[in-house]
Design a protein around this ligand. Structure first.
Ligand SMILES: Nc1ncnc2c1ncn2[C@@H]1O[C@H](COP(=O)(O)OP(=O)(O)OP(=O)(O)O)[C@@H](O)[C@H]1O
Length: 242
């Protein structure tokens, strides 16, 4: 389990300011969903949390260490947006893709211990029966499960997911949220997930962060859902900060 603290995160690409003074904390074992409109800066913020982009100002601490130290220690698991779809033609099997999550060498599958971890991760996400399939032969939902398994293979304490259900139908999305909910409750993995699925994903989360270039709302999921629908609409579509 890991906690993550964001302090006054500010970031821009060239002259465009994308994130302004974002501060919030995710406690150990929490499941946070970050929502907001297109171009709000959610993916950018997740990349900063994963240490892939450095903020212009502010900092991220994971268990009171810099994100870079935490990443080196393997505390972090990151599932990028559309990763699986981009690799649809990639000639690798499901099992090999998950092995990449170990240390980036699929040759590790020759190692019995590594193979056991990979199998276990595939079982956890319900993909063990399809382990020899080419990744491009799977459905979108199945590919996302494989990507979650790949991130889990590194034994992370904090899992960062960028729209893991994008392009996936309602039923398959619900299954992925259920899976993440189980990983969160049974393994205690702290989860931060970016999602457009404001109605469903937020029901699986303990907290909701609403981002539209700045932090518009951060609080309990129940509090978010009990807010008046119009207020939620305003938070989501116009970056209302009142
Ligand atoms: N590598 C980049 N270079 C320049 N601008 C970028 C880059 N990545 C993102 N942007 C811009 O930064 C802004 C925020 O993008 P970001 O992807 O973080 O938003 P988002 O909330 O995740 O959007 P979506 O929900 O559409 O995926 C957008 O205006 C986008 O065009």
């Amino acid at each position: 389990m890991a906690e993550i603290n964001l302090h006054n995160i500010t970031f821009g690409y060239n002259t465009e300011m994308v994130l302004n003074n974002i501060t919030f904390s995710v406690a150990q074992g929490e499941f946070v969903v970050a929502v907001g409109p297109n171009g709000a800066g959610k993916s950018t913020l997740l990349k900063i949390m994963a240490g892939l982009i450095e903020p212009l100002a502010g900092h991220v601490l994971i268990d009171n260490q810099t994100v870079y130290t935490a990443a080196r220690q393997g505390i972090l698991g990151y599932v990028p947006q559309h990763y699986a779809q981009n690799t649809a033609a990639f000639p690798a099997t499901v099992e090999e893709i998950v092995a990449l999550g170990l240390v980036n060498y699929s040759s590790l599958l020759k190692d019995k211990g590594a193979r056991h971890i990979v199998r276990h991760m595939l079982e956890l996400v319900g993909m063990d029966k399809l382990k020899d399939r080419r990744i491009g032969e799977l459905s979108g939902g199945q590919q996302q499960r494989v990507m979650v398994a790949r991130a889990l293979a590194g034994n992370p304490q904090l899992l960062l997911l960028d729209e893991p259900t994008s392009g996936i139908d309602y039923a398959a999305s619900a299954k992925i949220y259920e899976l993440l909910g189980q990983l969160n409750s049974t393994l205690g993995i702290t989860i931060v997930m970016v999602s457009h699925d404001i109605e469903n994903a937020t029901h699986f989360a303990s907290k909701v962060a609403c981002i539209n270039r700045s932090l518009c709302f951060f609080g309990d999921s129940e509090q978010f859902h009990s807010s008046h629908a119009t207020m939620r609409h305003l938070w989501y579509y116009s970056g209302f900060t009142g």
